[in-house]
Design a protein. Structure first.
Length: 122
């Protein structure tokens, strides 16, 4: 008798529902739905999990936004903050590599100058 195959979370055929953006402030990311408020990523595309996260962690601060205009404004604000955060991460990454390359160029320059016997300019 063959043993039944284990189901994977991705086998359910679930996908992100666009209503979750306005209702629970979640967006779709590479690995699953992501909360725009605390940036936590959930592993499964299920409305129950998304709603439970919102109600447990953010209902007190965002549950009072009843009108669609208020919710849309807050959603735009949170999305913009997420974009700025990802942009600053890229900038920090680039700054790190620029500093690293600058140090490497200085080391090479020093080796060339020392090897030729010339004085190192200040």
């Amino acid at each position: 008798m063959a043993s039944p195959e284990k189901r994977k979370a991705t086998d359910d055929g679930r996908c992100f529902n666009l209503d979750w953006e306005k209702d629970f402030f979640f967006v779709d990311s590479e690995n699953g739905p992501q909360c725009l408020v605390c940036r936590k990523k959930l592993t499964v595309y299920r409305k129950f999990n998304v709603r439970r996260h919102f109600e447990t962690h953010h209902a007190a601060s965002f549950g009072n936004l009843r009108s669609p205009a208020e919710r849309d404004a807050k959603l735009r604000e949170l999305k913009m903050a997420k974009e700025l955060e990802s942009t600053s991460e890229v900038c920090n990454y680039l700054l790190f590599w620029l500093k690293f390359l600058r140090l490497e160029v200085m080391k090479i320059r020093k080796q060339i100058i020392v090897g030729t016997g010339a004085k190192i300019p200040a």
